[in-house]
Write a protein that binds this ligand. Structure first.
Ligand code: NAP
Length: 289
């Protein structure tokens, strides 16, 4: 294990609202490790291409020990990498990079982070015989969520406001994960029975906190659990409505902490202090109230 400082960071665009530095700095502090977690904002390619290449060189050379990647580089960075974990290859996107013997490796902790928190929040879902889920949105986070659920044996319907986006997500997984379907975002969809509904759109996120990804005039299907990837505000309008109607509901804070903790463990080789990381994120959210 290297004894050099654990210099970590995040690249993407824009980055100014990221919670990641707070989570990882809390982890470094709690474990008493030397190091830092910095933001490396880089615009989309081709504009950001030279910056991305230089940053990856710093990772390859060991100056940086780990790098998180977010929008818009989760997929565009892949051609620069020497290897992908089977999970990152399956999802077709990375969020965690590190160098191994001078080779750049890409992994994805969004999918296991989501699944770990889902199990934590709704353990009863994991004893169902044929669990079914509806996923709203078909962007980057949806890829990880849909992949994680389908790999865990779920039947998954994915729906997006642009039908072609859900169709493209379906097409990219169709060969390997036959339990995924694309569905049009139309009134009938909201009435189909299912065990779990996941929001992967930013609808409801601060500052648009009065919006909801679920139509106001449609009840949530009976018995369905609700998971909103949005974590800011702590209780989104959709989560509040679902709870008021008696549905088990959770926001994405647990996923945020889990995906960060899993990345931190890959880089540090140590168990991540999840509680300290969660507290750091909760504190930020409370400051925004
Ligand atoms: P993304 O790649 O931009 O995808 C967003 C998806 O939402 C797209 O399908 C987009 O459709 C759809 N969408 C956007 N605005 C919409 C609207 N007003 N009505 C209906 N659909 C809409 O973003 P992402 O990376 O997947 O992130 C999505 C959300 O998940 C963000 O709020 C992010 O903060 C959250 N997230 C949370 C975690 C966590 O750890 N909790 C992790 C990742 C992401 P169009 O392409 O048509 O706009």
């Amino acid at each position: 294990m290297s004894t050099s400082p654990l210099n970590l960071g995040l690249t993407g665009w824009p980055l100014e609202h990221s919670y990641s530095p707070h989570l990882h700095q809390a982890a470094l502090r709690t474990l008493g490790l030397a190091g830092e977690y910095r933001l490396y904002p880089l615009p989309p390619t081709p504009e950001g291409e030279a910056g991305l290449a230089a940053l990856l060189q710093r990772l390859r050379g060991g100056e940086l020990r780990g790098l998180n990647v977010t929008i818009p580089h989760k997929q565009t960075v892949i051609p620069w990498l020497d290897e992908l974990t089977p999970l990152a290859r399956g999802i077709g996107a990375v969020n965690t990079l590190y160098a191994k013997d001078g080779r750049l490796a890409g992994d994805n902790t969004d999918a296991p982070g989501f699944l770990a928190d889902l199990k934590d929040c709704f353990p009863f879902l994991f004893s169902l015989e044929r669990p079914t889920a509806l996923v709203l949105g078909a962007g980057g986070a949806a890829r990880a969520v849909v992949y994680a659920l389908a790999q865990a044996g779920w039947q998954v319907k994915v729906a997006s406001r642009r039908a072609e986006q859900a169709a493209a997500l379906f097409a990219s997984f169709a060969g390997s994960l036959p339990s995924i379907q694309a569905a049009p975002l139309e009134p009938g969809l909201y009435r189909l029975p299912c065990h779990l509904i996941v929001n992967t759109t930013p609808v409801g996120m601060y500052p648009n906190i009065q919006t909801s990804p679920w139509p106001e005039n449609e009840p949530i299907p009976e018995g369905a659990a609700v998971y909103d990837l949005v974590y800011n505000p702590i209780e989104t309008k959709w989560v509040r409505t679902a709870r008021a109607a008696g549905h088990p509901a959770a926001n994405g804070l647990g996923m945020l902490v889990e995906q960060a903790a899993m990345a931190f463990e890959l880089w540090s080789g140590q168990a991540a202090p999840r509680e300290a990381m969660r507290q750091a994120a909760s504190l930020l959210l409370l400051e925004k109230l």
